[in-house]
Design a protein around this ligand. Structure first.
Ligand code: ATR
Length: 277
């Protein structure tokens, strides 16, 4: 009789030491008493394809893909989901029994699930969403908001052509606003999302003027180090509903964990504590 191998998953990136995903997945494996393990792997770009191709043979059922490989990995996949194609990047691979590599992007799902959990009153028809930033994270957020039914998205980025390119791609639901006017677009917004690295430990300060924010506006920051960014603190003081970015990290992992290990995990206070601790 052959023993069932222990299913392995992990995260592939470079660097990888900072990743919180191992703590998260190991916490769920333990909580649900499931056999399995989750391993961080520091892999350079030149070695990426060779490593990915070898993993299924070593007992891996899938991996997360993180910076800087999220775009390049699409070329190596045999199947790419519509949402990964739309975002132009993948964060989750599933190694199928038939040997095919399936690439998905759960960042947009994680963003919306976190928003709904942190601001239960959020609906897609509350009014315009204002997005700061036009990088990779903004693409996932915009595609998720459109998929959820938001029809008016205000987009502002320091480098305007990157915002114009997203507008060209996502269409007339996106309106581009000059970076110097970013504060003004907040007056109109029902939902505000920071997708820039501004306010992150070690990055430049978040300096967009916030006096236009209205009481009750839902404000979320993808930056989660620190957990309470200046944006969230000031928005709180102004009577906004704030949602921190750690939840997006937790929620994006739910569909992956379910596909790999067969149980849909809960995101609760214990999950947050496991990742923060
Ligand atoms: P991610 O995948 O996390 O979105 P990214 O693609 O490097 O990372 O995008 C980073 C975002 O933060 C961009 O919108 C970037 O603005 P630019 O397109 O002008 O570079 C924004 N950003 C980073 N540093 C910034 C700063 N000092 N001021 C304003 N925006 C900044």
């Amino acid at each position: 009789m052959t023993e069932m191998p222990i299913p392995l998953a992990g995260v592939v990136g470079h660097p990888i030491a900072h990743s919180k995903s191992p703590q998260l997945h190991k916490h769920w494996l333990k909580s649900y008493r499931l056999p399995g393990d989750y391993i961080p792997m520091d892999v350079q770009e030149d070695d990426l394809e060779q490593v990915i191709r070898a993993l299924p043979k070593a007992g891996f059922v899938g991996v997360n893909i993180t910076i800087p490989h999220k775009i390049a990995i699409l070329q190596m996949a045999d199947l790419v989901t519509d949402r990964a194609t739309l975002i132009g990047a993948a964060n989750t691979l599933i190694f199928r029994r038939d040997g095919k590599i399936h690439a998905d992007n759960t960042d947009g799902y994680g963003f919306i699930a976190n928003l709904r959990a942190g601001a239960p009153g959020w609906r897609s028809d509350l009014g315009p969403a204002a997005i700061l930033g036009a990088g990779g994270a903004a693409r996932a957020v915009i595609s998720a908001l459109i998929e959820a039914g938001v029809t008016d998205i205000l987009l502002s980025n320091r480098t305007r052509p990157k915002a114009d390119a997203l507008r060209a791609e996502f269409g007339s639901k996106v309106r581009v606003v000059d970076w110097v006017q970013a504060g003004n677009m907040l007056e109109e917004a029902a939902t505000v999302v920071n997708t820039t690295s501004l306010g992150m430990t070690g990055a430049a300060d978040f300096r967009v003027p916030l006096d236009g924010l209205r009481r009750g506006t839902i404000v979320t920051d993808l930056v989660y180090a620190p957990l309470r960014t200046r944006l969230l603190q000031e928005a709180d003081e102004m009577g906004c509903v704030t949602v921190d970015g750690l939840g997006m990290l937790l929620h994006q992992a739910v569909p992956a964990f379910e596909r790999w290990f067969g149980v849909r995990p809960e995101v609760d206070m214990r999950t947050r504590a496991a990742v923060l601790g």
